[in-house]
Design a protein around this ligand. Sequence first.
Ligand code: ZN
Length: 135
Amino acid sequence: MFDKLEHIGIAVKSITDSDPLFQILLGSTCYKVEEVESEGVKTAFYDGNNVKLELLEATTEDSPISKFIAKRGEGLHHIAFEVDDIEKRMEELKSKGFRLLNEKPKKGADNKLICFIHPKDTNGILIEMCQTIRE
Ligand code: ZN
């Protein structure tokens, strides 16, 4: 189903405030900051050697990250797996009874098409599937 763990998403109140912590923990600096306006988030990527970390900061009050932090505080938000054909995987999951949070793949950060699986169907874990957009 999934190819490999692509990144781990962490909800933070402020990327600026959390940046020094992740620099210490990972021994590397943020290599990319990108805003995804449609999702109301700003993202920052760090190289964690064998997996990327994505910090997510809300840019609007009704952003899913604002709601997440209000409810659960900062912390682990989602894990993302790479897939080769996102539409095919979405169909496959739907046929197995999984609910998806979006009907069509969405444009995410880092040149990816993304789709989230409903956490109620995955032991409470928010799982993102992502496929690199080929030129
Ligand atoms: Zn992500």
